[in-house]
Each structure stands twice: as structure tokens, then as C-alpha cells.
Design a protein around this ligand. Structure first.
Ligand SMILES: [Zn+2]
Length: 277
């Protein structure tokens, strides 16, 4: 599932062409994604101008000239392709949005999603605070309000394990299964540790590791495990930099111990039982 760095990678690629572009045409081949795409999308988005896209958690938000937001969620297997030449549809292409840039160049934005757990929404800017997918999202881990103080409030009296805590979107937005393992490995914290036992120094280490890992992954285009490709079709190269995820029985990079695989809430979790306490 695309996590924060993969979504950020897509968002950065869209930013290069979408700003002040005009939507010339929209074609929807399948409406039944995780939820049905609204009927007004084709009519209300056509001929509108797009503004700078931004990311919130795992969502891409594109403001439009009619004070609306076009939202993409990639779900489990969604990808966005940016095409500049004639395009022949492939299997699982569900939506095609044609745009003309301010330099009069033409692109198609294709949303492809084999499992259809993703979603595309279109709603008035005034509804953003109460949007069902956005209203409960926690702090952005790359923002300055992701602090020790914030985490101290969230862990108070909670017996949840730290890995599930990191993946809870209402606490921190954007971290999923791959990066949770990587962050805890870098922070030397055992994934099953309960959060109310974490001391200030652990919280600092979690914050530093989170920012380090996410930024490093964004810099190389995210992690291409399963479906993620950058919108130009290139792989994301963070998969080659993963330290523990998918490394069951490999030797730890920090000691001579072997990496262990366990299931936490039926998600694969990788860690070093010697380095992570
Ligand atoms: Zn180790």
C-alpha cells in the first residue's frame, strides 16, 4: 500500500505540470472504486483550472478554480500515470483526465487501480474540515507540530504497542506497515513495546527516525514494492535501502543477530531482537 513517501512522490510529479493547467476532458471508465465516484465530477471539473497539489496523510488534494478539491486516494494498488503522448488504455485504467498546461502542452493523468480500493472525490473547499477521510487525521510527521509534547499526550495511559501506534492514522498521518518497521529499527525500539512505557528519549528517537526515513525515501522516489511506480513509470528506489522490511533471516546491519519476522495485528513486522528493546 502506498504510504506517505510514495504519495508525496506522486504529488511532486503532479505539481510539475498541474499548476494553472486547464482540464480539457475527463473520462471515467469505472465509477465503482472503494466508493462510487460522484456523478458531478465530469461536468464540474471540465474547463476548470488546477492549482498546486498537496498531500495530507496518504491523500493527494488538488484545489481547483471553482473552489473545489479533487482528491485522490491510491488505496492498496492505485497508481497515477502522467502521459504526454498518444495513450492506449491499459487494463484497470479507471479515470483519464486530460489537461492543457499554461505553456500549451497536453498531458493525460491516468488513474489505474487493479484492486479498486482507492478513491477519487470532488467536493467544495468549504467541506474540507468535515470530509469523512480527512477529519480524523493526526499530525503530519514532517511538520513542526510532530513533537515530543504531542506524542506524550497521545501515549498517556495507552497500552497499545508502538508499531500499531505509529500506523494509527488518527495519531500520525501517512505511516504504514513498511515504514513502521524501518522507523522502529532505526530508533532501536522493539515493535511490541507498549507506548505508555516509552520515555522522553524514545519519543525523540521515534521523531528523528521518522523524519529521517520518510525524507530519505521521498528523495529516491519512494519504495517500489508491489505496485508503486513514479508517475513517469520509473521505480522508486527506497526498496534498495530498506534495512529490515522483507529481510527475514538476513543478518542485521547493526549487529550479528538475525532479523526476525512476526505478525502484529496480522501485518508482517520485521525487527532485530538484539538491537531493538
Ligand atoms: Zn541488530
Amino acid at each position: 500500500m502506498p504510504e506517505l513517501p510514495e504519495v508525496e512522490t506522486v504529488c511532486l510529479a503532479l505539481s510539475k505540470i498541474l499548476i494553472n493547467s486547464r482540464v480539457t476532458n475527463i473520462e471515467i471508465f469505472r465509477k465503482d472504486l472503494r466508493w462510487n465516484i460522484k456523478d458531478n465530477l465530469e461536468i464540474d471539473l471540465k474547463q476548470k483550472f488546477l492549482k498546486k497539489p498537496y498531500r495530507r496523510g496518504k491523500y493527494i488534494l488538488i484545489p481547483t478554480s471553482n473552489e473545489h478539491i479533487l482528491l485522490f486516494h491510491l488505496g492498496m494498488s492505485g497508481t497515477i500515470k502522467i502521459i504526454s503522448k498518444k495513450y492506449y488504455l491499459s487494463k484497470h485504467d479507471h479515470v483519464k483526465i486530460d489537461i492543457e498546461t499554461k505553456e500549451n502542452k497536453f498531458f493525460s493523468i491516468i488513474y489505474n487501480d487493479p484492486r479498486r480500493f482507492g478513491y477519487i472525490d470532488f467536493f467544495s473547499v468549504s467541506k474540507i474540515k468535515n470530509h469523512f477521510l480527512l477529519k480524523k487525521l493526526g499530525v503530519e510527521p514532517l511538520d513542526s507540530d510532530f513533537t515530543i509534547n504531542y506524542l506524550q499526550k497521545k501515549i498517556y495511559n495507552k497500552s497499545k504497542c508502538v508499531k500499531n501506534f505509529l500506523m494509527d492514522q488518527s495519531i500520525i498521518a501517512g505511516i504504514g506497515n513498511i515504514y513502521a518497521s524501518e522507523i522502529l529499527y532505526r530508533a532501536n525500539i522493539h515493535p511490541l513495546r507498549t507506548v505508555d512505557k516509552l520515555k522522553k528519549e524514545h519519543l525523540k528517537s521515534i521523531i528523528d527516525s521518522t523524519k529521517f526515513i520518510l525524507k530519505k525515501s521521498i528523495n529516491v522516489g519512494g519504495t517500489s514494492i508491489r505496485n508503486h511506480l513514479q508517475p513517469d513509470g520509473k521505480l522508486g528506489y527506497f526498496s534498495q535501502k530498506l534495512q529490515v522490511y522483507g529481510k527475514n533471516k538476513h543478518i542485521c546491519n547493526k549487529c550479528t543477530n538475525v532479523i526476525t519476522l512476526i505478525n502484529i495485528s496480522s501485518r508482517s513486522t520485521f525487527f532485530c531482537s538484539n538491537c531493538q528493546r
